[in-house]
Design a protein around this ligand. Sequence first.
Ligand SMILES: [Zn+2]
Length: 275
Amino acid sequence: MPELPEVETMVRGIAPRLEGYQIAHAQLRKTDVLRQVTKSRLIKTLEGNTIEQVTRRAKHAVFRLSSGDRMIIQPRMTGSFLIYNNPLTTAQTKYTVLICTLNDGRRFVYRDVRRLGTIWLLDETGWIAYSARIGPEPLEETFTPFVFANRLKGTRTAVKKAIMDQRRLAGVGNIYANEALFDARLNPARSTHKLSLEEFARLHAAIVDVLQRALAASGTTLRDYRTATGERGEFQFELRVYGRGGEKCVNCGKRLRMTHEIDRRQTTFCRKCQR
Ligand SMILES: [Zn+2]
């Protein structure tokens, strides 16, 4: 599932090619991805509107339109963004969900093979309210160890679950939670409220570091994720624990343990290095 580095990479790839362009025509080919909006309202809002800004919030791509409305796309497992200079061929049309024809004739496409992704439309007020319910962005300067500890300290759940909770922290999913906890030498099952300030600071640093390194590598491609230019990310070659259950720990050589006990998702960790 695309997490912060992957969605950020996708957004950075398309933003300069979309911002300032008007949507002349919009075609929605599948409606099961829609949330809080009907097909007719989405089309009516998009057509004639200008894409003013494309940004990321948590794992969402946010398209701010000149009307103040936001089209929010969460690409989830198999969603991707593509831009074509010419009308789409039949092969290119396959799996497309949304096709926006821009005023210069190019096509902006949201493609989603399994359609686990979602498209929302919120007005300015709705967007501000929604965004306020999401936790801080870990790559913003205002995200300090103090802000992080404050957001998490009240929770008794396993620390891995706490850092993946989008209301407490934006953008971290299963891959980067596993990696950050390994780098911070913390057992993923630890109760969050029992972490010391020093451990919060270590985890904060590990989260920021792994997200920055993953972003520099254009994200992690395990299966479907591609950048806006169709390339694979490269961070999968730098993963230290995720997907490596049974392999040797890069620090101590002990076999990494994989469990589904914490949150039913894959958690891989080293029992010796992570306490
Ligand atoms: Zn180890």
